[in-house]
Design a protein around this ligand. Structure first.
Ligand SMILES: [Zn+2]
Length: 164
């Protein structure tokens, strides 16, 4: 288990320096963010939020999947969410490669067949964002009082561009 030693040591320092007790699990700022797994994105920091403020759901591409909708329904009804940001980003791997190309690279790295692994690529990022925002806005369990915005995060400037 020594491969995690550096992270555990860092966690001990984190726990010593941060008082995280006494929080409940609601989104104190009323915010939920659906975004990509990309390591260049800091979902809380990029909108000035911190611990306890927001619900974050991440996946490759920042797509509104059935699991993302499940998270948003729970967030809206049980966890104080009133604003939802859907945030794909520039230079996203799943929006700039074909499924065949990503599969080929995975297969090469794995040294074996990857044809069975679904890899959900995005052919048109604007179209996908419009579809994803619509899925949230029209969900029967997400009321019209919830604000839903579609944005693109620029990984080079750090700026959010609201598209919807
Ligand atoms: Zn991405």
């Amino acid at each position: 288990m020594d491969s995690f030693d550096d992270l555990i040591a860092a966690n001990e320092a984190y726990a010593a320096a941060h008082d995280v007790s006494g929080f409940d699990g609601v989104a104190r700022a009323g915010v939920a963010i659906v975004t990509c797994m990309d390591s260049r994105i800091q979902p809380l920091e990029m909108v000035g939020l911190g611990l306890g403020d927001a619900k974050i759901f991440r996946n490759p591409g920042g797509r509104v999947t059935p699991q993302a909708l499940e998270a948003l329904v729970l967030g809206v009804h049980l966890l104080n969410v009133s604003r939802v940001l859907v945030v794909p980003h520039t230079r996203c791997a799943v929006a700039s490669n074909t499924e065949a190309e990503l599969r080929r690279r995975v297969a090469e790295s794995a040294g074996g067949d990857a044809s069975w692994q679904p890899i959900h690529v995005v052919a048109d990022q604007d179209e996908a964002l419009a579809e994803d925002v619509r899925k949230v806005r029209t969900h029967p369990l997400i009321p019209d009082t919830v604000q839903v915005g579609g944005f693109v995060y620029d990984v080079d400037t750090g700026l959010l561009d609201q598209r919807l």
